[in-house]
Design a protein around this ligand. Sequence first.
Ligand code: C2E
Ligand code: MG
Ligand code: MG
Ligand code: MG
Length: 277
Amino acid sequence: YQKKNHPCSVGVFNVSMRQRILRENILKNGLPLAIDKQQLRVVFQPIVQAKDQNIVSFEALLRWNFHGENVSPDEFITIAEQYGLIVPIGTWVLQQSCLAAAQWAEYLKNVKPSVSVNVSLLQLNSPNFIDTVTSSLNIANLSANKLTIEITESIFASDKAILFERIKKLQSLGIKVSIDDFGTEYSSLSVIQDLAADIIKIDRSFVGKLNSNGLPIIEAIKQMATKLNYTVVAEGVETIEQVKVLTELDVEMLQGYYFGKPLELVEIKDYLLKHSI
Ligand code: C2E
Ligand code: MG
Ligand code: MG
Ligand code: MG
């Protein structure tokens, strides 16, 4: 075969490598200024209770508009982690999220959704993490039971002792802890055994395959979760069929485009007024 057309040929590899490094450089130079330049904002995606579809929470999702491009958080969070920016950025997200939740707690008498904030391992492990969380709550005057911290299970590759201690501390303050993207890492089972978190979020890859092998897996996760006293959230719910199946499986909470894409902060009041009974 012709070497130059082979996908593994040295030339092709070098070009894409160079492009990747160039892009990473541009992003890592832009990111430290993003907060001050008001390029970052937090959007909020509804999480509903399956049985009555009441809104129980909003997940805070960070957005970066960098000279007109919306850079995906999967890309820039990794860069923030690599270049020591995740702690200040994560602190800012926590503060904005608590302020937002305090605001929307005022809109309706009986509906006071919590806010779920994604936290990276480096942030959770940083020495001031608990102080950052409590001061974010205090400044916003938000009660601790209105905050959930989402952690991704891939973090369990790291120091478990610190992690367990931090999670216990958060829970003792009244904050809920959620294991995000559950099922996507090999350590899933040992994680929920060892770690007394409160919520499991089933990764959307399983929800997207409910017609094939996703169903028995979700069924098994749900059974296990119930026995271990976890609440289950299904991520990536996009169709009414998925809603029906997941509700029949007694999955407690649902999140996905079917119920709403992430909303701008200013859109939340209307959304709550429209979607609450
Ligand atoms: P995640 O925490 O698992 O968030 C859910 C992701 O799925 C979000 O992507 C959301 O927009 C997307 N999503 C929700 N419903 C649906 C659906 O029905 N279909 C499909 N196809 N996608 C859906 P997003 O906003 O791009 O965020 C990607 C990841 O970036 C998040 O995954 C989270 O791990 C990370 N991330 C986002 N914001 C933050 C943050 O403030 N801090 C940290 N550490 N990580 C963040
Ligand atoms: Mg999440
Ligand atoms: Mg997730
Ligand atoms: Mg994720």
